[in-house]
Ligand binder design. Structure first.
Ligand code: PLP
Ligand code: COI
Length: 345
């Protein structure tokens, strides 16, 4: 095992043993290779560098309480990447190849897979990039698929289930109404960095995006889905510009297992005061409870038009904490995996 401070990993890049690489050329994928050199060579005209011919995934591998290594729902990530690959009109890995390369990556970097008990895991980052040289605006004919893995702990640096504040983003939209928001394209992310910097400078940890067409409904946070708890309902936006989160999908199933009613529907801003608990959810964070959402004309504005409170700062709602504990217990092998979500190494 590597000698890392497993309890304080954060969400940083670490130089691990290897990445797994396969290249698509002349209509076929090469046999996946273990590549010890993490610095790859790309032609300066590679499509990914200019036109963002690229999509990626994020999933986690866990070392369980029973010593087994589990990947959480890699088949779902494979399907989502296939959907993005189809959208980009690019070659993409089959589900079998995707899962195989994720498992290879974990195996090659086993000494970086955090031990059980530190609330840490290995974040796997499958990346699909257009790599043939091009100047013209065309889809890529040569594609490189790389799976890398990083030991990670808390995304925010805070202890699990520490609630944070959020501001509604009225300065910028995340996704056009018939745009790319529901695909995990690399190009979706850079456009939110400035808004995040403004929000952080103004003292907000999270940014909540609205539907771009009308700015009247909740879409999602910049890198995680939105869900709220109202009575015995789990409510999450139905929108075609939101990324279909695998964490959200899993939490919905767990909510139903617990007897909650799942409502996937438009959430108008007017409903925010009625929600009892609000959370951001995604692979990296699992659940980030939101204690406060502020609405203002623009992020740096002094004027506040609405202020919704769900908890005291740092505190998480009871139902949300229950859902979190269950999903983490399944990932750690402490609870029976009744839905067959985990793939063992
Ligand atoms: N929404 C966005 C925009 C994301 O980037 C992510 C992270 O991948 C999510 C939601 C959460 O999705 P998942 O739970 O599949 O990680
Ligand atoms: C997630 O995995 O939940 C993310 O949003 C990852 C992020 C770093 C893009």
């Amino acid at each position: 095992m590597q000698n890392l401070d497993w309890g304080n990993l954060g969400f940083e890049v670490r130089r691990t043993n290897a990445v797994i690489v396969s290249k698509f050329k002349d209509g076929k994928w090469s046999e996946p290779e273990v590549c010890k050199d993490l610095d790859i060579t790309l032609n300066v005209y590679a499509g990914v560098l200019h036109y963002s011919n690229s999509c990626f995934e994020g999933l986690k591998a866990f070392r369980g309480a029973d010593g087994k290594v589990r990947l959480f729902r890699p088949d779902e990530n494979a399907k989502r990447m296939a959907r993005a690959g189809q959208f980009l009109d690019m070659a993409y890995p089959s589900e079998e190849m995707f899962v195989k390369m994720c498992l290879m990556c974990v195996k090659e970097n086993l000494d970086f897979l955090p031990p059980y008990g530190y609330n840490a895991s290995m974040y796997l980052r499958p990346l699909l990039i257009g790599s043939n040289p091009q100047l013209n605006l065309l889809t890529s004919t040569e594609v490189t698929f790389i799976v890398m893995g990083n030991p990670v702990g808390s995304y925010s640096g805070a202890a699990a289930l520490t609630s944070v504040n959020a501001v509604i983003c009225r300065d910028y939209d995340r996704a056009a109404p018939n745009g790319t928001g529901s695909y995990k394209l690399s190009a979706n992310y850079a456009p939110s960095f400035r808004a995040y910097n403004l929000a952080h400078a103004a003292g907000y940890k999270e940014l909540l995006f609205l539907d771009s067409a009308t700015h009247t409904k909740i879409d999602e946070f910049g890198s995680s889905n939105f869900f709220g708890i109202k009575g015995d309902s789990y409510i999450t936006p139905l929108s075609n510009s939101v990324l279909p989160s695998i964490t959200n999908k899993s939490l919905q199933t767990i909510a139903e297992d617990f007897g909650l009613k799942v409502e996937k529907r438009a959430i108008p801003l007017e409903e925010l005061p009625e929600l009892e608990e609000v959370n951001a959810c995604g692979t990296a964070v699992v659940i980030t409870p939101i204690w406060n959402i502020v609405d203002k004309p623009f992020i740096q504005s002094e004027e506040i038009t609405a202020d919704y409170k769900y908890a005291e700062p740092g505190v998480c709602g009871v139902t949300s904490a229950k859902l979190y504990k269950q999903i983490r217990a399944i990932q750690d092998g402490l609870e029976a995996d009744i839905h067959n979500w985990c793939v063992e190494l």
